[in-house]
Design a protein around this ligand. Structure first.
Ligand SMILES: [Zn+2]
Length: 173
């Protein structure tokens, strides 16, 4: 638990989580050709909604904010599942101009159906890239963490675990 760690011990664990995220991102970047040469930075920041967020900082500069509390105990696959979803967002951002990104931010705040299209699109892209199992592992962990009420709400925007499972099964055939 976050609250059980103090001082130096916590600082070490935080550094460890950032290092784990950086290693994973480095390993999967090859599957995201649109991000070639882009800089992706990982920082820890508590998230009110969700557990990670993908932000564009410049033309080829991206930032992933990771909620420490929600990922400190995550295993490799659970962490990978979250990061691949964020990289899918970056690929979309890389196609946007400055105005396009600004509109994206505005629409994400204003419209649930727009957010739904964006998030489900990122989930589907993650599955297409071959990371569906990691995505599912992440969502199962998150579901346990957030409880059924929040999960029900989350799947009005994201793909449900059932939908991800079905997509994986369909692709096997
Ligand atoms: Zn997302």
């Amino acid at each position: 638990m976050h609250t059980a760690l103090f001082g130096k011990e916590m600082a070490e664990t935080e550094k460890g989580l950032i290092a784990r995220c950086n290693r994973i991102v480095k390993g999967i970047k090859k599957d995201y050709p649109l991000l070639g040469g882009a800089r992706i930075e990982i920082v820890l920041k508590p998230q009110k909604k969700g557990s990670m967020i993908a932000k564009r900082k410049g033309k080829r500069r991206y930032l992933i904010e990771v909620d420490y509390r929600k990922y400190v105990k995550a295993n490799y696959t659970e962490l990978l599942g979250a990061l691949v979803h964020e990289l899918a967002h970056f690929e979309e951002y890389s196609k946007m101009g400055v105005l396009g990104y600004w509109i994206f931010l505005l629409m994400s705040r204003l419209s649930r159906s727009y957010s739904r299209r964006i998030e489900r699109g990122a989930d589907m892209q993650t599955i297409r890239k071959g990371y569906g199992r990691a995505l599912l592992a992440n969502r199962k962990m998150r579901r346990e963490d957030m409880g059924e009420v929040s999960y029900r709400k989350a799947i009005t925007i994201y793909m449900s675990n059932e939908e991800i499972r079905k997509e994986l099964a369909d692709r096997k055939r």
